[in-house]
Design a protein around this ligand. Structure first.
Ligand code: 6PG
Length: 249
């Protein structure tokens, strides 16, 4: 795993626009080499801003969306269509405007028949991930070969729904975990585990704002995952910290 590369942008708007362009170009490159391609999105405001920027990008339609599969690093365990669900926000920002096959959008299931807890949703999501796992996956977590996995970072250094000091950080034998005590509302969530995140070819941490600067600094200083979960994540081939000036150390 390579050392993280830090790229600083003048402001959050430029960060969102540049990350959107970077994502679209990365998907184009990936689908020039293999098909299908898999991308895992992040929730949070920066995640939504990147998708909104991609929606109005002039190169949006240069991607062959018919071979793109969309996943999430985490999801809020809320009813279908709830505005606080990451899936809802991603659909509104970008996905519903794309010619994506319905079956190519894979969100952790909301409460419903047979799914009444975040853990049950996590089990169902893990089964969906495993259905698309690349053959001979040695990562221990049966998940697709994510070409890109996007992550936001909280002021406490959390990524996905993996929070400092959480037991979920210690889950290494499965791809997903149910969370019921998220300090960031809503409390009930489903998250990829750290091993699942680290199977991605590229992990991009997209971070803006002065409130994130202490966590970013500690992560880049090499803090441990119990203190700063963001510090632990690496892509197999590339790890990018995409920051605005205010979040940069
Ligand atoms: C979520 C996100 C979460 C988010 C960070 C950063 O579901 O809440 O996945 O991990 O990415 O909290 O959020 P902001 O970009 O809004 O600061």
């Amino acid at each position: 795993m390579t050392a993280p590369l830090v790229v600083v942008h003048p402001d959050a708007e430029t960060l969102a626009t540049a990350t959107a362009a970077r994502l679209l170009l990365r998907l184009m490159e990936a689908q020039s080499v293999h098909s299908p391609v898999h991308v895992a999105l992040t929730g949070g405001s920066m995640g939504a801003r990147v998708l909104a920027a991609a929606a109005c990008s002039p190169i949006r339609d240069a991607v062959d969306w018919s071979v793109v599969h969309v996943w999430w690093g985490d999801e809020r365990f809320l009813p279908p269509g709830d505005p606080e669900r990451n899936e809802t926000q991603a659909r509104e920002a970008l996905l519903d405007a794309l010619p994506l096959p319905v079956e190519n959008v894979h969100a952790a299931p909301p409460p419903g028949p047979g799914i009444s807890t975040p853990e049950e949703s996590a089990v169902a999501y893990a089964a969906e991930l495993a259905r698309y796992a690349s053959q001979g996956d040695d990562a221990g977590a049966a998940v697709p070969a994510f070409d890109v996995l996007l992550l936001g970072v909280g002021p406490d250094g959390h990524v996905a729904s993996l929070f400092p000091g959480s037991d979920a950080l210690d889950v290494v034998d499965r791809a997903t975990v149910g969370v019921s005590d998220s300090p960031k509302p809503p409390p009930q969530r489903v998250s990829l585990t750290l091993p699942a995140i680290e199977t991605a070819q590229e992990v991009w941490l997209v971070v803006a704002g002065p409130d994130k600067a202490p966590a970013v600094r500690r992560a880049l200083e090499g803090a441990g995952p119990a203190e700063i979960p963001a510090a632990a994540v690496r892509g197999r081939r590339r790890t990018l910290w995409l920051l605005d000036v205010e979040a940069a150390p």
